[in-house]
Design a protein around this ligand. Structure first.
Ligand code: FES
Length: 157
């Protein structure tokens, strides 16, 4: 699931389906954590919808985020396959490690934690996505290493 081209892939998937703009926007946000200008442009081109229409929808519904709510946006999939394979325990581990709840960001702005619906990798369940990078077959024990990985990533930048 490549982040850079995600909006184009989503646009291709939903292009021919009527009334699918909200679903397409959800799908982008589920993977990336937000929908920014470049996503909107790609989606407009790919779906044949005006940018004005996309921004009308993005700003009407307050659950859409227009910019990253944290440097690393952690999306824990709570779709059926992931839930049945124990992603609720993974979510609890992220919460306890970070000291935040679902939909919240750490005080330093490093991490944002959110739950999303199926991200389309059920074969790897349970799944989490951080800034477009997919982690499959998650267990609570994997959580500290993932957080360290992203802390290191941002330390280098
Ligand atoms: S239910 Fe989690 S990837 Fe499909």
């Amino acid at each position: 699931m490549a982040d850079a081209s995600n909006a184009s892939q989503v646009a291709a998937k939903w292009r021919k389906k009527r009334g699918s703009l909200i679903m397409a926007l959800h799908e982008i946000q589920d993977v990336k954590g937000y929908v920014d200008w470049s996503d909107a442009v790609e989606l407009a081109q790919g779906m044949g919808v005006s940018l004005a229409r996309i921004y009308e929808v993005l700003t009407f519904y307050n659950f859409f985020k227009l910019k990253a709510p944290g440097k690393a946006v952690i999306s824990v999939c709570t779709g059926t396959a992931c839930y049945l394979k124990g992603n609720d325990k993974v979510l609890e581990k992220f919460k306890s490690e970070l000291g935040i709840g679902e939909g919240e960001s750490t005080a330093d702005g490093m991490f944002h934690l959110q739950c999303v619906r199926c991200v389309g990798c059920c074969g790897l369940a349970p799944v989490c996505v951080v800034n477009g990078k997919t982690y499959g077959r998650m267990t609570p024990d994997n959580v500290p290493a993932i957080l360290d990985e992203w802390r290191e990533t941002f330390k280098e930048n």
